[in-house]
Design a protein around this ligand. Sequence first.
Ligand SMILES: [Zn+2]
Ligand SMILES: [Zn+2]
Length: 285
Amino acid sequence: MSGLTSVKTEALTLRGVSLGGVFTSIHVPELSALFDVGTATRAGAPADFLFLSHGHADHIGALTGYLGIRGLIGKQKPPTVYMPEEIVDAVQQSLVHMSELQRYDLSIEAVPMAAGSVAKMRGDLEVQAFATHHVVPSLGYSLVRNIKKLCSEFSELSGAEIARRKRAGEDLFYIEQRTEISYCTDTLIQALDNNPTLYDSRVLVLECTFLDERKTLKGARAGCHVHLDEILERAQLFRNQSLVLMHFSQLYKPKEVVEILDRRCPPELRERILPFVPRSNSWPG
Ligand SMILES: [Zn+2]
Ligand SMILES: [Zn+2]
């Protein structure tokens, strides 16, 4: 698919497509992470860590395509796929059938997650799952870096002395956690109210399916989706370096999304919002 959307935050690139109800898949190459796979892209296929928010087709529908492209480009190792524990069996069974059709092994390393689960990724990175509130089992994910830091009482020591004490088994360090990115979609806004640490994630990727009166707040909530009104009510709370809004409804054209955000968001928030929309005024696909 040509015409992938791409936005850049201070440290990360987010590339992919997102259109509410149609498809969402966002690749972050710096972390080898792919958030949902509602469509399979060549750019996203090399990602080794896939985070599935829930089992709706616009988020999981292209899992087979993603695995097929990985085979094509010679990725031998099955990807690690984090998902709500309730959907693991169904996902695995579907892959058994798809492998049969392919006559090719489409296996994954499934990691069942629940709200509060923590799992290692690679190096100093881990994933923490948090509750989202949708019409089917669902989760959000924060990718957190554990940074080893020297305790302040040792900051005056020379390098040689630190090395000597380390060899002697002394504990000179503590771990500081930094949330690089959080992904929160297909949910009631309560996901933010119940997980206020999301406001401190460096990058917060948040669904904003509905933007104005064309959908009432009541209607948005009935489908368990976020309305811009609810983000604006909480505008003071967002401390994120970047707030990436996505999963917009087809009710809006891409340029309209930007116009509405320009018009409705207070400047202190608007300057940190990156709307995940294509540059052209038509949605991809
Ligand atoms: Zn969706
Ligand atoms: Zn959904």
